[in-house]
Design a protein around this ligand. Structure first.
Ligand code: ADP
Length: 400
């Protein structure tokens, strides 16, 4: 059974085809700059060195999917004889509000429910829905499955997800903590249990998804009980360009001082803050560390703020779970940034967290990086959100 996984953003679309008989990746690619000048499709067939790159105008998401389907059936670079080989399509959908705690087969009722969630994720859900509509138009008989970023976090107890604001804002508008990166937190926590050879039911795990967007989750007995992102992905840790948690009164203060409205300030908190805002240099941790090596004090401050934030959540979640068995690092920074992992774990011995500085010198592959005498296992686990989407899609499609 072959599954097509689609992750559709406003101007880009990433895809993968997996053979679920042995969970192998057959091909992957990206369509970028959809609807803009210079749009292109880059397609890679696994085990073939050269890439298939098409630089053609791609007006909209339907044209993008058409390009993907053509690439997948290309005589040289393709992996399918015809589209009938695709048993189902799995779509990443960012926000399902409180409507879904698991992946679902998409039908008209699901689409209507997701339309209702647009308010909650105005930047993310519309392109996700456009991707679904384009696929349904081009593959009307193929089942479509939605896999949600928010679903894994739906197990949080009310005291974790409730904001201490007038309760009717929750009941009227759904304002609460939702959390994001759910497929990643789920995947790496399950993988951690597998690597440790322990049933996930017996583990307390903190997963640190540290990429351009970053979040930390507390996972007790396989269920998320808290996570650092909130009503939107702006909350929690300082990130590449996002502020993370700040005193909410700062918004009206900046608005008054700078002559902006609340929306404009929030846009600054999303796009011009975090590592970029504090360092004044870049949102990319590689640039930040290069600047630190050259003696740039603000770059060092930015990294220290980030490290402080991650440690803050680790401490909080150890308290919430009354202990910790495994600490997991994943995503761009978590998988590749030896120095930042070192700083995060530094001097946490009293909490049972002892990083092995030699074992920590590893990038992008599964590894146990804690010392043998560390009570808490520290693990590096590359995330694989597409595989989770493909698995859920496969499981649901099999039942149809
Ligand atoms: P997202 O999916 O949220 O866009 P990723 O998980 O791909 O982000 O992470 C991208 C970020 O990872 C980059 O912006 C960069 O800061 C960081 N990163 C990638 N490789 C390295 C590295 N070798 N050292 C330090 N940071 C890295």
């Amino acid at each position: 059974m072959k599954i097509l996984v689609i992750n559709c953003g406003s101007s880009s679309l990433k895809y993968q085809v997996l053979d679920m008989a042995n969970e192998t990746l057959l091909a992957k690619g990206v369509v970028d700059r959809i609807g803009l000048d210079g749009s292109y499709l880059k397609h890679e067939k696994v085990n073939v060195d050269d890439k298939y790159v098409l630089e053609i105008p791609i007006a909209d998401h339907t044209a993008a999917i058409e390009g993907v389907l053509a690439a997948l059936q290309d005589p040289v670079y393709g992996v399918l004889k015809n589209m009938d080989e695709i048993a189902a399509v799995g779509h990443r959908v960012v926000h399902a509000g409180e409507k879904y705690s698991k992946s679902v087969v998409i039908d008209d009722a699901v689409l209507a429910a997701l339309e209702e969630c647009i308010d909650l994720a105005p930047l993310h859900n519309p392109p996700n829905l456009m991707g679904i509509a384009a696929c349904r138009a081009l593959m009307p008989t193929v089942p479509m499955i939605a896999v949600f970023d928010t679903a894994f976090h739906q197990t949080m107890p009310p005291e974790s997800y409730t904001y201490a604001i007038p309760y009717e804002y929750y009941t009227k508008y759904g304002i609460r903590r939702y959390g994001f990166h759910g497929t990643s937190h789920k995947y790496v926590s399950e993988r951690a249990a597998y690597m440790l050879g322990v049933n996930i039911e017996d583990l307390k795990i903190i997963t640190c998804h540290l990429g351009n967007g970053a979040s930390v989750s507390a996972i007790k007995r396989g269920k998320c009980i808290d996570t650092s992102m909130g009503f939107t992905p702006l909350a929690g840790l300082a990130m590449g360009t996002r502020s993370g948690d700040i005193d909410p009164a700062i918004i009206s203060f900046i608005a008054a001082k700078e002559g902006l409205n609340a929306e404009e300030v929030v846009s600054i908190l999303n796009k011009k803050s975090g590592m970029l805002g504090v360092s004044g240099i870049s949102s990319d941790f590689r640039d930040i560390e290069e600047a630190i090596a050259e003696g740039n004090a603000r770059a060092e401050l930015a990294l220290n703020v980030f490290v402080h934030n991650v440690r803050f959540y680790i401490g909080a979640y150890i308290a919430e779970m009354n202990g910790l068995d495994a600490l997991v690092f994943t995503a761009g920074v978590g998988e590749n940034d030896v120095n930042t992992r070192d700083l995060i774990c530094n001097d946490l011995g009293n909490l049972g967290i002892k990083l092995d500085l030699i074992k920590n010198k590893v990038r992008g592959k599964e590894a146990v990086i804690s010392r043998d005498d560390s009570k808490v296992a520290i693990l590096l686990i590359p995330t694989n959100e597409e595989l989770v989407i493909a698995r859920d899609t496969y499981m649901l499609a099999k039942e149809l």
